[in-house]
Ligand binder design. Structure first.
Ligand code: SF4
Ligand code: SF4
Length: 464
């Protein structure tokens, strides 16, 4: 069969329905065989590292604050120990946009590597919940048998134990997620206060735990195949140069024990698939690139003494034309956008100061005569304190010579708060060079200059 015909035949076998939904529209439960092999071992290492990071991070602090916090309720964010207050929200949004562009670019070039190796859903499902299931119910054949058999003591204790452990794990995970929003100290404080003091919180946590439990006990791979928007976008992101987990149909077909293709139709790759698909049908939106089928097929190839890699990381072009170039106009365009965004975000982070001052002449006012030989202007000041401590702000006129008369109380600003005040600036006519004199204010905290601010002082036109 020519390569063209092979490709057409291969493409004609693409399925237009979900593998986990039967013809009647019913759920087909997936029982994946426990994977083993080279990639699975690497994935386990990555998962252990990421899980440790997930559980330990809420306990890490910098200068008394958590190093990561996503308090969407109070709009306070901490990234790598750097605090972002509501006034910095644009930076958080820009950082998130950069992250999204990065994921898109990464997907265009390397396919769904994120799904298989980093996505929390895959890690929790495959490396945590599924492992407990294998331990209690055994591998896929035993699980099938257990589900088919009538309720007896064995089925009752295995199912009960599994679901109790699943719920406890969901409760722990829900709490760790909550600690990223509230901080671990606040979370532990709520537990110390007890149920009656924070009933709403505890009811919320029980609901969240229930949702996690439902996802990992029942909804499972459908998060990736039905719910996840990132999965839905694969058709847009991927092209024939994207690196994905792919079956080399040029080498593998025609399949079968007596055929000359390398695929012996043993179904090992299908048995291990956690989303229940056959990778030999081609790249499919259900494939989370978990690499389980690569390991399974490599083991078969070893047995039949054929080269490994019948299923491997490769692109469509790599398989058909042996072309492994990954840069194309689309990846170059995304890279340029990503570099620009990274530049903008880093510059903004670099230039970000702990304080932000705005001083404006009071709306609707110009100047006032002040005594015999002076004029005054009224100013309103807004002082944003983005630092980690409280500041008592003093305003001094640095240039030209003149005096300041506070019209409001001293400006005392708590961390993350905005302080406001009003004051009068008085200049002698001898200091006025024109009708618009530039003033330079200094803002001091603990006698230390923290900000300088320039603003105009208006006065009548000087007579020539
Ligand atoms: S594991 Fe390899 S040889 Fe076996 S069916 Fe899958 S592709 Fe063919
Ligand atoms: S096809 Fe292979 S890589 Fe894709 S989800 Fe199934 S086992 Fe994982």
């Amino acid at each position: 069969m020519s390569e063209k015909n092979l490709k057409e035949e291969h493409h004609s076998s693409y399925r237009d329905k979900l593998s986990t939904v039967s013809e009647e529209g019913k759920r087909v439960w997936v029982y994946p065989k426990k994977p083993k092999g080279r990639f699975y071992n690497y994935r386990k290492l990555v998962s252990v590292f990421l899980l440790a990071l997930f559980f330990v991070t809420p306990f890490l602090k910098y200068k008394g604050d958590p190093i990561f916090l996503f308090n969407i309720i109070e709009r306070k964010f901490i990234l790598f120990g750097m605090i972002f207050w509501p006034q910095d929200f644009h930076l958080v949004v820009l950082s998130l946009i950069t992250l999204v562009v990065f994921i898109i670019l990464f997907t265009v070039v390397y396919g769904r590597v994120f799904c298989g190796w980093i996505c929390p859903q895959t890690i929790f499902m495959e490396m945590v919940y599924r492992q407990v299931e294998y331990m209690i119910e055994g591998d896929f054949m035993k699980q099938k048998k257990l589900d088919k058999q009538d309720w007896d003591f064995e089925k009752a204790w295995k199912k009960s134990l599994k679901h109790i452990i699943f719920f406890i794990m969901s409760f722990v995970i829900a709490n760790i997620f909550a600690s990223y929003v509230l901080s671990i100290d606040k979370l532990l404080g709520l537990y110390r206060d007890g149920f009656t003091a924070h009933a709403t919180f505890f009811i919320g946590m029980t609901i969240f735990s229930g949702v996690y439990y439902f996802i990992y006990a029942f909804f499972r791979e459908q998060v990736c195949t039905i719910a996840c928007p990132y999965g839905r976008l694969q058709g847009v992101f991927l092209d024939d140069k994207s690196i994905v987990v792919a079956y080399d149909y040029v080498r593998g077909e025609p399949r079968g024990k007596k055929e000359k293709g390398d695929c012996i139709a043993c179904n090992s790759c299908v048995n291990v698939c956690p989303t229940g698909i056959d990778i030999r049908n081609g790249t499919q939106l259900e494939c989370i690139n978990c690499t389980a089928c690569i390991d399974a097929c490599d083991a078969v190839m070893d047995r039949v003494k054929k080269p490994r890699g019948l299923i491997r990381y490769d692109s469509e072009k790599g398989i058909t034309e042996n072309e492994h170039k990954i840069m194309n106009p689309r990846t170059i365009a995304y890279s340029v956008v990503l570099l620009i965004l990274l530049g903008v975000v880093s510059t903004m982070l670099f230039l970000r100061t702990d304080f932000e001052t705005t001083i404006l002449r009071q709306r609707g006012t110009l100047f006032q005569k002040y005594g015999e030989d002076s004029y005054s202007n009224i100013y309103e000041i807004e002082f944003v304190n983005k630092s980690r401590k409280r500041h008592e702000v003093a305003i001094k006129l640095l240039e030209p010579e003149g005096k300041i008369v506070m019209m409001t109380d001293d400006i005392v600003v708590e961390k993350g708060e905005i302080g406001k005040g009003k004051f009068l600036t008085v200049l002698k006519t001898s200091e006025l060079k024109s009708s618009r004199t530039i003033l330079k204010f200094g803002l001091y905290s603990d006698n230390e200059l923290v900000e300088e601010y320039k603003v105009t002082f208006v006065s009548p036109r000087k007579k020539e």
